[in-house]
Design a protein around this ligand. Structure first.
Ligand code: EAX
Length: 324
């Protein structure tokens, strides 16, 4: 009998000491794109880095392809505390933080280097602070990429070719206002609905960076692609402020470092995608207008640029446009 009691005590002791010396917290993170995408590689890097840099105190459980909701729903869930983290384009963000909309003005950024310099510099870093009063901690600027037009009807060589096309847009007021100047019939919807809408012909086309067109396999439902690069689409790594506030100072530092590593992987994937996506999409049957006259597309938007100048302040726009 004493032998059994000894074994029971020994077993209990073994279990106690085998349990981790700390409680591990699991955080849920959601994106609208597939795991094999420029967002997927970012959040997988983020998850790995968070667990490593917090010595396992925090684990990030990733969800892809809108499994826990579309981008707008995910941002709302951060505010409600029902989701912990997300990576999203700025598409729906102006509905929560209106100041961010200035970044969605077409033809605002010269190229990737310019956009990254603005976002990583004082202008971008100041904008990240605008999220705090909305119950959201913006950990870092990521990247979605320069957006291009696709449709199923006909090639788009000049702005007039866009006239009358029913195009899905993000739920973004600046984009919707601008695209009307092209003569587009804008149809805002969440990205999680886009593939089906294109497949069923509910909309004729959409616009997205090459990385999204590739990872979402939009070549299967879109025939024509024009590399308009008409607007740069920033992305953000966002966290529920309630969960952020619960972190120790050391863990806050670890989360910021993990986000920085995630953005490096995100931007590297885009650089790689941009190198090979055109050849790949052409091999899959897309007809691609590689070098449209972008000046014509920019000129078509002159009327709305004046309105954006009034709305955001022309000096603020010029400060971004001229940033070196
Ligand atoms: O953030 O909604 C969109 O078109 C976005 O580019 C996509 O969800 C990736």
């Amino acid at each position: 009998m004493r032998h059994i009691r000894f074994l029971a005590v020994a077993l209990a002791a073994a279990v106690t000491f085998a349990a981790p010396a700390f409680a591990q917290t699991t955080l849920k993170m959601n994106i609208s794109l597939a795991q094999n995408s420029h967002y997927g590689v970012a959040i997988d890097t983020f998850a790995r880095e968070v667990e490593k840099r917090t010595n396992g105190r925090y684990k990030v459980q990733n969800f892809y392809s809108g499994a826990l909701g579309a981008e707008r729903e995910s941002i709302e869930a951060l505010q409600l505390g029902t989701l912990d983290l997300t990576m999203t384009s700025t598409g729906p963000v102006p509905n929560f933080v209106p100041e961010i909309a200035i970044l969605d003005i077409p033809f605002l950024f010269r190229d990737y280097a310019h956009a990254r310099a603005v976002l990583d510099g004082p202008i971008g870093q100041d904008l990240l602070k605008k999220f705090e009063p909305k119950g959201i901690e913006a950990l870092a600027w990521g990247e979605n990429g320069f957006r291009n037009m696709t449709n199923s009807k006909h090639p788009v060589n000049v702005p007039a070719d866009l006239k009358g096309l029913k195009m899905r847009t993000m739920e973004n007021p600046v984009h919707i206002q601008a695209y009307k100047a092209f003569g587009i019939i804008p149809t805002p919807m969440a990205f999680t609905e886009v593939y089906t809408a294109l497949q069923q012909g509910t909309v004729d086309g959409q616009e997205n960076p090459l990385s999204v067109i590739e990872s979402a396999k939009l070549d299967q439902v879109q025939k024509y692609l024009t590399l308009t690069g008409h607007v740069y689409s920033p992305a953000l790594i966002l966290m529920s402020k309630a969960k952020w506030d619960a972190l120790s100072p050391a863990d806050k530092q670890a989360f910021h470092e993990a986000a920085a590593e995630a953005v490096k992987a995100n931007r590297a994937r885009i650089d790689s995608d941009e190198q090979k996506a055109v050849a790949d999409l052409r091999s899959k049957g897309m007809q691609i207008v590689e070098h449209p006259d972008k000046a014509k597309f920019q000129a078509a938007l002159e009327p709305v640029f004046a309105e954006f100048g009034k709305k955001f302040g022309q000096a603020n726009i010029d400060r971004i446009r001229n940033y070196k």
